[in-house]
Design a protein around this ligand. Sequence first.
Ligand code: CP
Length: 320
Amino acid sequence: MNYLTVNDIDNLPEWVEEARSIKQDPLKFKELGKYKTIGLLFFNPSLRTRLSTQKAAQNLGMNSMVMNFDKEGWALEFEDGTIMNQGKPEHIKEAAQVISQFCDIIAIRAFASLEDKSKDQDEMVLNGFAKYATVPIVNMESSVGHPLQAMADAITLAEHVNKKKAKPKVVLSWAPHPKALPHAVANSFVQMMQKQDAEFVITHPEGYELDKKITGDSMIEYDQKKAFKNADFIYTKNWSAFKDYGKVINKDPLWMIDTEKMALTNNAKFMHCLPVRRNVVVGDAVLDSSNSLVIEQANNRTFSAQIVLKKILEEMDLIK
Ligand code: CP
């Protein structure tokens, strides 16, 4: 079993319940991963993903090996049939097979370049490892998705949803940012929300439409204030344009999340995957308010990773 996208979750409510139960007793399955090793390969920086995935592995009794591939590894060639007489001394074919001999699971972080849409959509790094590794692969944020973040978000939503209300209203709101950011978090959040029984609305300025193949029939409301009305959860994230690929076409500060906008909601909880730029994406007063769930979301990254690793380890045991 690989965990490459949110679509690898076969039953979201069951996974969320199991993750919440693991949260109550994180060491319950500490024997499951004994003598097994996870290799965490980072082609990009991380705080939460690196520490929470290591923590999850540790809770399951696993060893972890971390490699900052961008700084420590040989630059990898991913194209087939290349004459490798330029800067890249190692091919993914050998690298993935070699790492598979040292690790029982390989987890990979490799962001979108935001330069070559077609290469990013092909998930060259993640799929390269999935193709040539001989062990399960976990996506720790790829060009297109961040399914460990989405699983943590699902756990956080379940913990804070008002059970008396039939369907919570959840809004994914774009917010301004000085730099071009990838679509991965927003994409996986959309895919996760499509598996939820909720009223789900995406709001962003015109031109910031996400990949239609991902948003499908999800509702898009270009008027942010209208979208916020009666919302129970505001999930905020910046992303660059998808159509005008990787471009920052709008930095309008009026899209920042502030207390005035939150006042339009049904006393909504505020969510963000972090890291977040204060007073650019969201105002201090919202981020520091008791309605902000960002620290809890980050905490739930451990139990998101733990449920994923547990499922993979259990399947390995079955196959043995
Ligand atoms: N949310 C998230 O993935 O954080 P890091 O980039 O710090 O891992």
